[in-house]
Design a protein around this ligand. Structure first.
Ligand code: ADP
Ligand code: MG
Length: 252
């Protein structure tokens, strides 16, 4: 009997997002200093670290709204950023969600969600309906943002960001403007929707409990560098050093 034919083994797909040795200085000061990370489709990675450690700058470079001094960014194996190359945000297939990424006040909820969609009216309206359903806001399509609570607005923003089926969702402290009371619920809803949609997710937060609740993998950042990377369980139970342990010490 001949050996199995190796070419029948499916090729291993490249990771959805691959960031390699990304660096950025401001006024001669390194703010992001050799950051590397990999995220698979369907995976949620939380970039976790104290304020000022370089999280937003990292996310902005991946989004394509800031340019690194060095390093590479690849999406599905194709370079979108490297020496002499930087594709604009709209060519990268990323969805963005920021704390103060407001909805368009003059548009209805449905129009907000449809905003980035191309194609015929019927397909758009199907997609809008599907997403409003996922974020538990079916029936809200004709309302305007000011008629919604903060948590509801945030769910519309999530639906809007996901509508064009981004390959990567980049979220920068998306829940920090919300009432404490609402947060756990909206974190769970968000996670559920993200998993259904299957994008690779990079979620930036300075809150350990948020990362522990939402992440498949946590990348712990300090002073522009990733100091530890692993599952929430591993990072929580085996912090790499005293500073990492202290960072988690007030989580209950
Ligand atoms: P984080 O999101 O972790 O709080 P940031 O990435 O926003 O951190 O910022 C990291 C550091 O870089 C901070 O000290 C910040 O002041 C500085 N920084 C960020 N953007 C700029 C900029 N455009 N010009 C100068 N310094 C900046
Ligand atoms: Mg920030």
């Amino acid at each position: 009997m001949p050996h199995p034919v190796f070419s029948s083994v499916p090729a291993v797909a490249p990771p959805r997002l691959e960031v390699q040795s990304l660096s950025r200085t401001f006024g001669g000061r390194p703010v992001v200093d050799g950051v590397s990370l990999t995220i698979a489709a369907g995976q949620v990675t939380c970039l976790l670290g104290p304020s000022g450690c370089g999280k937003s700058t990292t996310l902005r470079m991946i989004a394509g709204v800031d340019t690194p001094d060095a390093g590479h960014i690849r999406i599905d194996g194709a370079e979108v950023c490297g020496p002499g190359l930087s594709l604009p945000p709209e060519a990268r297939g990323v969805g963005l969600m920021f704390q103060d990424f407001a909805l368009f006040p003059h548009l209805t909820v449905a129009q907000n969600v449809a905003f980035g969609l191309r194609g015929d009216r019927e397909a758009k309206s199907r997609r809008v309906g599907e997403l409003l359903d996922r974020v538990n806001l079916s029936g809200y399509g004709a309302k305007h943002p000011h008629e919604l609570s903060g948590g509801e607005q945030q769910r519309v923003a999530l639906a809007r960001a996901l509508a064009p089926r981004p390959r990567i969702m980049l979220m920068d402290e998306p829940f920090s403007g919300l009432d404490n009371r609402l947060r756990d619920g909206i974190r769970d809803t968000t996670l559920e929707v993200l998993k259904e949609e299957g994008a690779a997710v990079l979620l930036v937060t300075h809150e350990p409990d948020e990362a522990l609740r939402m992440a498949d993998e946590i990348a712990l950042m300090r002073g522009g560098r990733i100091v530890q990377c692993g599952s929430p369980y591993n990072i929580y139970n085996s912090p790499a050093d005293k500073a990492a342990a202290a960072f988690f010490s007030d989580v209950n």
